[in-house]
Design a protein around this ligand. Structure first.
Ligand code: AQP
Length: 332
């Protein structure tokens, strides 16, 4: 299919910590399925990351690492546009413009804002509040058709659709209205220590979070300590959030169904089950870890990838921005 006829896919990950199996199963693992038939933009969203205070040297290091992880997870830079958000200035420009078309009441209803303000009570900044308008800009700049994200981002995606429709209604068709692609099999990976809360890369409790680059020993130890319940049977149920989360992870790495998993561990205790989940997870991530170790050493290559990606993204972003500027009434 000619490049121009392809539908467009956009998604991003914040370099706000070492990525978790939640980021992997909920988002990145699904990115490569679009590479062949779609024009894909995968971004390291560093502008979003500074809504929470970051140590500059670590932010820089994680930006390289997140790009290397994209590639280690199977995203070939020849087939996918891989770039860093702050390298394409139209993200910030459209972000500001969309701030002016996003309502205070809409932003106030965002659960991520409520969660993150509770976690960062010392730094409830305006960027944290307007984060979804910047995310809308990220998506709409590329006239995106499909946005692969975890279910935790569904509310933000719906807001992006609303803002796009509002802008189109005021100024005539300007933005494509994007659709989400939310995996139904993994949905939301939960914390290993508090299984009713999402697994988040910035969680300070290391035992709660399995990172893509954790060693096998660390992964096994974290799963052994995972919170379950006072029963002993491996069964998927809403009232068993710890066990159900482990079953979701096991299913994602083995391809087995919940029924098969229940049968496999019938009559066995949680100890055996946790070991099996740890093994499956660690083994499933081995090739990503090995590939990452190779890629991350070649900084010059990563810089070449981000430069080429930004140049490509810039061309698309510039086209949308010139349309937006004209419609709004800015002098060119
Ligand atoms: N636990 C999760 N289960 C499924 N999907 C998840 N995602 C994140 N956590 C889970 C998906 O990963 C993509 C990138 O997320 P992000 O980095 O943009 O921000 P986030 O959703 O805020 O992720 P974290 O890990 O919770 O980051 P911090 O701790 O910095 O806030 C998204 O598609 C997301 O749905």
């Amino acid at each position: 299919m000619a490049e121009n006829d392809k539908k467009i896919v956009f998604s991003g990950v914040q370099p706000s910590g070492n990525l978790t199996i939640g980021n992997y199963l909920g988002a990145i693992k699904n990115f490569s399925r679009f590479s062949e038939d779609y024009k894909t933009f995968y971004c390291v969203v560093d502008l979003h990351a500074i809504t929470v205070r970051q140590v500059p040297a670590e932010l820089r290091k994680r930006t390289y690492e997140t790009l290397a992880l994209y590639m280690a997870c199977g995203l070939d830079p020849k087939e996918n546009t891989l770039f860093v958000q702050s390298h394409v200035p139209q993200h910030a420009e459209l972000g500001w413009i969309l701030d002016c078309y996003t309502m205070f009441g809409e932003l106030s209803r965002m659960t991520q804002f409520k969660d993150k303000s509770a976690k960062n009570a010392q730094n409830i900044n305006a960027g944290l509040f307007t984060y979804p308008a910047l995310m809308a800009a990220d998506i709409l700049l590329y006239q995106t058709d499909i946005v692969p994200v975890g279910i935790d981002q569904k509310q933000h995606l719906e807001l992006a659709r609303d803002v796009a429709a509002r802008f189109n209604l005021i100024y005539s068709d300007t933005f494509k209205i994007p659709e989400g692609y939310i995996p139904t099999d993994t949905m939301k990976i939960m914390s290993l220590q508090e299984p009713t809360a999402k697994m988040s890369k910035s969680d300070p409790n290391e035992n709660a979070v399995v990172r893509i680059l954790d060693s096998k020993d660390d992964i096994m130890r974290k799963f052994k300590r995972a919170v379950t319940d006072s029963e002993t049977c491996v069964r998927y149920s809403e009232d068993k959030p710890g066990v159900s989360n482990l079953m979701t992870i096991y299913r994602a790495f083995t391809g087995k169904t919940f029924d098969e998993i229940e049968r496999e561990f019938d009559g066995k205790g949680y100890g055996d089950f946790k070991l099996a989940v740890g093994e499956a997870c660690a083994d499933g991530l081995t090739s990503v870890r090995d590939e990452f170790a190779r890629l991350v050493q070649d900084k010059a290559h990563l810089e070449a990838v981000m430069k080429a990606g930004a140049e490509d993204a810039y061309g698309y972003a510039r086209r949308t921005m010139s349309k937006v500027r004209r419609k709004i009434g800015f002098v060119n």
